[in-house]
Design a protein around this ligand. Structure first.
Ligand code: ADP
Length: 328
């Protein structure tokens, strides 16, 4: 059975982008068809200025939401990254294989550096090494496939390069992973700025739909989405990014096709109304289950404890072998 690994960072509240781009696929496809591991990657949340209590709360909330979205601990392994030491152990070895030049080329690094500088903050070294730790997350488990949104494909490429380079220099230690090809919803854009992705940020943005947003909040955000001055509904990502984003969200929520859906609508208002309702319906069962799980914190604790134990047992032999191979 193929092995699949993926994760979410507890750097903010989970968004509709995380759900449509990644989590829904983990639930519907990956945990059913593969030996799948899903991880709340809390070490990654320390790469930019952070509040310790908030990261801890968001880790717990992230895991709870993944269960609410349908991850089933009977089918997959769900755990928190910092509970398994092997990630940090392997990351150091991979830093000794990666080059300074290749990590500096990462688009996300450049974007995040610009954002930190604009906020007057210093850039942490861990922001540069972030994709190397991500490679360790993936390689520690002998992962075949990494189902991620579009924004992460460059990082998965790096993990591939590092695995192949390590194997070539020190002997076969790692499976060379590949990114799972994206589907509709692979890149959900910010409703207020449809040229940038809907990412969880430190600020509560009107352009970001969070998984725990109340139905009326979702409606308000979608109805206020930025479109353009045109009137006809056409699917064109370049010329009409706002409308294209709404069509993609609607298609991802209803199982339709954005191009076909564009022919159904004669006004932006009608498109927004249906998109809002479709999002509300997709989020409803997740929010209901989240409420139930919050009433039973011991259950979530238990799932994460078991998950970490299972993950540790899988990662340790691979990481120990890599230590021996590299000369330690
Ligand atoms: P974020 O960028 O929101 O901090 P993470 O790094 O935690 O997200 O990524 C979790 C998963 O969600 C990844 O697979 C990522 O590709 C996916 N993802 C994040 N934002 C979006 C988006 N706007 N559209 C589609 N997928 C996304």
């Amino acid at each position: 059975m193929k092995r699949v690994f993926s994760g979410v960072t507890p750097s903010g509240h989970l968004t509709l982008g995380n759900y449509l781009g990644a989590i829904r696929r983990w639930v519907e496809v990956d945990q059913c068809q593969a030996d799948a591991l899903f991880c709340v990657v809390d070490l990654h949340a320390l790469t930019v200025e952070h509040d310790p209590g908030r990261v801890r709360r968001l880790s717990r909330q992230g895991a709870t939401l993944l269960l609410a979205a349908g991850l089933d601990p009977g089918l997959c392994t769900l755990f928190v990254q910092s509970h398994v030491d092997e990630h940090a152990r392997l990351s150091y070895l991979l830093e000794c294989v990666a080059t300074d030049g290749e990590v500096r080329r990462m688009i996300q690094y450049k974007e995040k550096v610009a954002r930190e500088r604009a906020r007057g903050r210093s850039v942490r070294l861990s922001l540069l090494t972030y994709p190397v730790l991500m490679a360790a997350d993936i390689l520690a488990y002998g992962t075949d496939e990494v189902p991620v949104g579009d924004d992460q494909t460059q990082h998965v490429e790096l993990a591939r390069d590092l695995a192949a380079r390590f194997n070539q220099r020190y002997g076969q230690a790692f499976v060379v992973p590949r990114a799972t090809p994206p589907r509709v919803g692979a890149r959900v854009m910010n409703l207020q700025d449809p040229t940038s992705k809907m990412g969880k940020s430190d600020d509560v943005g009107p352009g970001i739909v969070y998984l725990l947003d109340e139905p009326d909040v979702v409606r308000k955000k979608v109805m206020r989405a930025v479109t353009d001055s045109g009137r006809d509904v056409v699917y064109d990502r370049e010329a009409r990014p706002g409308v294209a984003n709404l069509l993609e969200i609607l298609a991802a929520c209803t199982g339709g096709n954005p191009s076909a859906l564009s022919g159904v609508y004669e006004s932006y208002g009608a498109l927004k109304k249906d998109t809002a309702e479709a999002v509300v319906e997709v989020l409803r069962p997740v929010q209901e289950r989240h409420r139930e799980l919050c009433a039973d914190p011991g259950y979530v604790e238990g799932v994460l404890r078991d998950g970490a134990e299972r993950a540790r047992a899988m990662a340790r032999p691979t990481v120990d072998a890599a230590y021996r191979a590299i000369g330690l």
